[in-house]
Design a protein around this ligand. Sequence first.
Ligand code: APR
Length: 242
Amino acid sequence: MADLSLRRDDAIVILTGAGISRESGLHTFRDVGGVWSQVKLEDVATPEGYARDPQQVQDFYNARRAQLADPTINPNAAHLALAALEAAWAGPVFIVTQNVDDLHERAGSRAVLHMHGELRRVRCTACGDNREIDGTITLADVCPNCGSIGTRRPDVVWFGEMPYGMDRIYGALAECALFLSIGTSGTVYPAAGFVAEARSHGAFCLELNLEPSQGATMFHQALTGPATELVPNLVAKLLGRG
Ligand code: APR
């Protein structure tokens, strides 16, 4: 395990990807049997795919949103450990997640930024109205703000669209003493470039992943294993309990 000589008031930035939710029962994207082996990302995660067949896109996200209501899908030990770290650490603990699920929040984390949006939010393309949603989005939906019909889309960032919170993220990467990357393949930018940004500002960069990511060599240390083992162990060490 890394020799983390941190002060308790140091800032920590944590990037998470689909791998942290894998042991909660949600599929990753690029592993064997992953989401992109079941449906083409060009069809359901691009503006062009939405323009071509909006019903297919709504169906895809409605199904993934419905999964979040499944009582068997819950935060796992990794999500819970990060929430415990945020509660006990004197400095800021900022989670930047690529995930659109709500498992970090359900685990108790409060400083969470969904750079790729959220399944449980819907956005109106006519007026920009952006609100929580639990059920399905249909092409017949009427925007409760502007009254437009069929303009409500999942508030999920598609390929070719600008991720959320980039200024806030780069500001945090410039200030943190520890940059953790958990459960991401390091294949999608700008998230895959965060380690270089953090490292250039002097952060200690640590990767926790089931297998080395594409960017593993950019980290000071890369630990391999399931998130539900690695993350609680790291948090215990950080809090002086391990
Ligand atoms: N514990 C830790 N890591 C795991 C686990 C686990 N139990 N299971 C899988 N992983 C790792 C895999 O080894 C892989 O490196 O999680 C990573 C998941 O990679 P991807 O499926 O590519 O998911 P992610 O990196 O989050 O994708 C980034 O791509 O399609 C877009 O918008 C989508 O946010 C997503 C982005």
